[in-house]
Unconditional design. Structure first.
Length: 126
């Protein structure tokens, strides 16, 4: 339902993107809708509850394709963030999630700091 809405109009879904990443075991590309968190010129992706399939796949593959609604995907490189200032900035950016997720993320910030899995992503050039 969300994917259909995202493809049709994107209304209310702000900075939702589709990550396409190869499975670490199968090599088959998997797709997942995520909120691209932006801090200045830096991009972040994350999961509040720690590692899930897409985070493990991104870490294993190192690169993935990122598709903005109705545009050709771009290849990005993912780098896992370790505790520190950059990861804290990514967690603070979770307020960019569409409502009501932005509120949930704010209320769960302590949990997210403890276990969340976050990546810096940047376009692969040349």
């Amino acid at each position: 339902m969300i994917r259909g809405s995202w493809l049709a109009s994107g209304a209310g879904l702000g900075n939702v993107v589709e990550l396409r990443v190869a499975g670490r075991r199968s090599g088959i590309y998997r797709r997942v809708l995520l909120t691209l968190l932006v801090d200045g010129d830096r991009w972040f992706l994350g999961h509040p509850n720690g590692d899930v399939h897409w985070t493990r796949n991104l870490e294993a593959a190192g690169t993935a394709d990122l598709a903005f609604r109705r545009t050709a995907p771009i290849t990005v490189r993912g780098r896992r963030l370790t505790p520190g200032a950059e990861r804290d900035r990514a967690i603070l950016a979770t307020g960019q999630h569409p409502f009501p997720a932005n509120i949930v993320y704010r209320l769960a910030r302590r949990h997210i700091r403890a276990v969340g899995a976050f990546f810096a992503v940047e376009p692969v050039t040349g």
